[in-house]
Design a protein around this ligand. Sequence first.
Ligand SMILES: [Zn+2]
Length: 254
Amino acid sequence: MQSFVCFILACLALVVAPVYGAESKREVDAKKCRKLLPDEYQWQARDWSHLQVTDLPRALKIFPEQQPDCALHAAICADAESKKTIVVDVDVFFKDSAIWNRPEQLPAYMALVNRYYQQASISFNFKFRPANELPAWTGNRHQLTVIFASAMPNPAGKIADAFGNLPAGKAVFNDVLMNRQDKHANPYFMMGKPLGHELGHVLGLAHTQDKALLMTQGTSPQNALDILPEQALIMRVMALQRFGGKFDTVPACH
Ligand SMILES: [Zn+2]
């Protein structure tokens, strides 16, 4: 009898464990994320309910004609206009950078990016990948990719601090960026802003002049990390249409 009871308990454990395990992992992840950043770094989703994909300002787009024809792609447009969180995988590579070359250097910055991208209800699922899997510049163009390099030129042949390139689906951060001495009230600003700013370019955003906005060029103590509702919608379309974004009720690290 005793062994029968044990057998039943073992079965119960098998049935309960996966459900309990999934929930507790969620809780563990949430706690881990809270530890990475102080709670004051919080952003709320913007309201884009009054906007339509077909009517977004051209000046905010890096390619003015980039949005889909909503008559042909009604589902993408409706999904982008919804309030649901979109999760997008981002492959992260280290390529000869003398400064950024270990995964443990980056989680706080990635958590900050995910916090301020809550304004667009977009959550990046950053995945560190081995260097030998780094695709060619024009390869794997539908996979959002981040590369930490020593001095990788942009498509125009220039060594920029950092750049995001929509056609290639890639954002590059060169060592020159990390050697700058920018000072900010928010200690996570460097690299927290460049990481999300370049992803913004890859997701279709152009530069803006307003220093309160993430898409302002450069960094300065006056910069903030705001995303306009129009910019949120531009990126949501791109995340869904181009980079395999999926709805998920359990976003990555916030
Ligand atoms: Zn830029």
